[in-house]
Write a protein that binds this ligand. Structure first.
Ligand SMILES: Cc1ncc(C[n+]2csc(CCOP(=O)(O)OP(=O)(O)O)c2C)c(N)n1
Ligand code: SF4
Ligand SMILES: [Mg+2]
Length: 336
């Protein structure tokens, strides 16, 4: 265990060496009302299982607040607090600073307590980005911010966010007979942006609950490294993405296998690709993006031309970016 006298200690959470070594205790249990097949609920469960009982969870408004804390019920076994939609960063920093001050004054036992704040893509990649950025500059406070990305403002009926993929049908971007593609912007590269821009943040990672042990181990690593850390999780959402709930796990895998959502970590400035993403970097062919897109009703209006455009943009991430799938700078761009 690190320096408890300094009251900035982190727990040393060794990685789970395979699924059989994962601890059995649950800290996110029954009592929630998320949709069948909701991957974000699984992310909550795995996140806090990985962190263990000495954890405080803070969550910004969104499905993981509203569906998880219906009047008088909650699945959280650990202390949990709601925070305003754009405030996951402030809540993480304030809680961590509060704990540190209380421990320093001797008002509570000096011990490592994990502080995890989660946010949706609306709350994190859009509205609360400034607060997350500020938190990632404060290296003296330990906190993990986990962005669960269901690629829309789901709780308020699937409005598009900066994290919604190109062309998706949302309540703000319904395809019409005159204009087929309403949402013409490419998805924000949130993890890459935060990793590149925050020198005091020692750990940024992307995860996908279809690869559950890897996901939990990245949470454990972030909490062990300490300081402010950030994890971005891609979460298939049967309601917003419009698919049969039994496909959640498969879609999570396809997002990685097609190269749409690369799995990596940036630890102290060093990039490591993971799992099937690593295999792709080492030369394994990516599956075509159509295998992923056409399983989802939100892309049902896509023509061959739209699929080609999407494929070309993903190809660019892999073939042209400075660091494949992570950092989108080109050494030089032909014709510009
Ligand atoms: C300041 C503010 N604006 C708008 C809302 C209404 N609102 C509640 S949840 C939500 C969607 C949040 O989207 P996201 O963060 O992606 O979480 P998700 O619902 O997708 O889980 C919105 C817009 C609010 N609660 N607070
Ligand atoms: S709308 Fe999506 S994120 Fe929200 S509870 Fe349902 S499946 Fe989960
Ligand atoms: Mg969302």
């Amino acid at each position: 265990m690190a320096d408890t006298a300094f009251t900035n200690a982190t727990q040393i959470l060794e990685p789970f060496k395979g699924v059989k070594k994962v601890t059995i205790e649950e800290y996110f249990t029954s009592g929630h009302r998320t949709c069948q097949g909701c991957e974000s609920a699984l992310v909550m469960k795995l996140m806090v299982k990985a962190a263990g009982p000495r954890t405080i969870v803070l969550g910004s408004t969104g499905c993981m607040y509203v569906a998880n804390t219906t009047y008088y019920t909650t699945p959280w076994v650990v202390p949990w607090m709601h925070t305003q939609l754009g405030s996951s960063g402030s809540a993480a920093l304030g809680t961590s600073a509060g704990l540190k001050a209380l421990m320093k004054k001797g008002k509570m036992k000096a011990e490592p307590i994990n502080v995890i704040a989660f946010c949706g893509d609306g709350g994190g990649a859009d509205m609360g980005l400034g607060a997350i950025s500020a938190t990632l500059t404060h290296k003296e406070y330990n906190s993990l911010i986990l962005l669960y990305d269901n690629e829309s403002y789901a709780n308020t009926d699937i409005q598009l966010s900066g994290s919604t993929p190109y062309g998706a049908n949302t309540t703000f971007s319904p395809p019409g007979s005159v204009k087929r593609i309403i949402h013409t912007r490419w998805k924000k590269n949130t993890a890459g942006m935060l990793a590149a821009g925050h020198p005091e943040c020692r750990y940024v990672a992307t995860v996908d609950a279809s690869y559950a042990v890897e996901m939990m181990n990245k949470v454990r690593k972030a909490l062990t490294i300490g300081g402010p850390t950030f994890i971005h999780s891609l979460d298939p959402c049967p309601k917003g993405w419009d698919y049969d709930p039994m496909l959640s796990h498969e879609l999570g895998e396809l997002a990685v296998e097609t190269g749409v959502f690369p799995l990596y970590e940036v630890e102290d400035g060093v990039v490591r690709h993971y799992g099937k993403t690593k295999a792709i970097v080492e030369g394994r062919p990516r599956k075509p993006v159509r295998d992923y897109l056409l399983k989802q009703g939100r892309f049902a209006h896509f023509t061959e031309e739209d699929l080609d455009y999407f494929q070309a943009k993903v190809d660019e991430m892999w073939d042209k970016w400075e660091i494949p799938g992570v950092i989108p700078f080109w050494k030089e761009r032909p014709g510009k």
